[in-house]
Design a protein around this ligand. Sequence first.
Ligand SMILES: Cc1ncc(COP(=O)(O)O)c(C=O)c1O
Length: 398
Amino acid sequence: MTAVLGVPDQINLDYAATAPCAQAAADAVAELLPWYGSVHRGAGALSRRCTLAYERAREAVGDFVGARPDDHVIFTRNTTDALNLLARALPAGTPVVTFGAEHHANLLPWPVGSVRLPVPDCPGAAIRSVDAALRELDRPALVAVTGASNVTGERWPIANLATIARRHGARIAVDAAQLAPHAPIDIAALGVDYVALSGHKLYAPFGAGVLAGRGDWLDAAPPYLAGGGATTHVGAATHDVRWAAGPARHEAGTPNLLGAVALAAVCTALDFEALHEREQVLLHRLRSGLADIPGVAELRMFAPDADRVGIVSFVVAGRDSAEVAAELARDHNIGVRDGLFCAHPLARRLIAEAAARAGRRDLPPTALRASIGLGTSPSDVDALLGALDRRRGLRLVA
Ligand SMILES: Cc1ncc(COP(=O)(O)O)c(C=O)c1O
């Protein structure tokens, strides 16, 4: 399996925010850099090579997400950008059904009239809740859900939700920002209509993201960005313009070639089945270690044994999460995230639920998150557990 770049004495347990760069991505960028030139804009050898590399990258990413032959694969800046693009392409009056458990990127772009369902306590409840909401709406809608929570790592029942959506004549978009880096994803096999993901969470630097899925809404929508590359004809009169169909319609301006190529290299080089297996072992080590530390409470929506990817959020009773994160960095060279993880409604609710479960009143208002991936070793996990334990022994009254 390909390695990731990093700094030897720094323990990075913050993959869910931005993953380190895969060697395969760095190699692909290094190989292309001497040829660096314009994309879709030049007849010279450099430009032709870069255009080819960009379109090959599109194909590789399409294969990676299991895109159907007529799906569009559009390069964006990141998942936020991809979901905002989809929001702009919604046919007028289409309500969006989502959950209060989503990352802000999948809560905030949707139009007025959209429905935010309560956080479910099990995957079955999510399915029932979408079913009821679509029945009540009784008109074509878009269901927008995460593949895996960025707060808890818990996986959502995407294939079942897709079946329910289809039954009601609705479409489904999956925010795969946290699922794609940890497990194989297949649009066609899952029966979903759109996926959005971020390259920087998928071991590719340079900020490319993707929206992949059904072309009809995208081709009917006004261009997300208006400008060069998105048109087939521009006349002398102000509004005499014909917009391109396909990905070009929404990719005006010079694209992020290196981002696309780096992302495609990862999509081609990494074995996500194998990575998933390996991560599950590390995740078990991390979760059971945390469960053994008195005063540490894990955040979760579903049952403790629900399927999840390598992300764990937790609180240390009686300790401010920002202070714990700062101490982990300063004293142990361990990088974790603290806060509410751009999922404020969910994170606040889960902290309150964790307090109720533990019968404690001294849980802090924000949480810590440890997330693992390709470069994580058992000793990285043990370092975090040891640091938290030592801190408890030295400073905390559990
Ligand atoms: C589940 C989820 N969706 C969307 C996003 C937004 O990703 P980006 O910041 O790359 O747009 C994130 C980022 O953390 C995320 O975890």
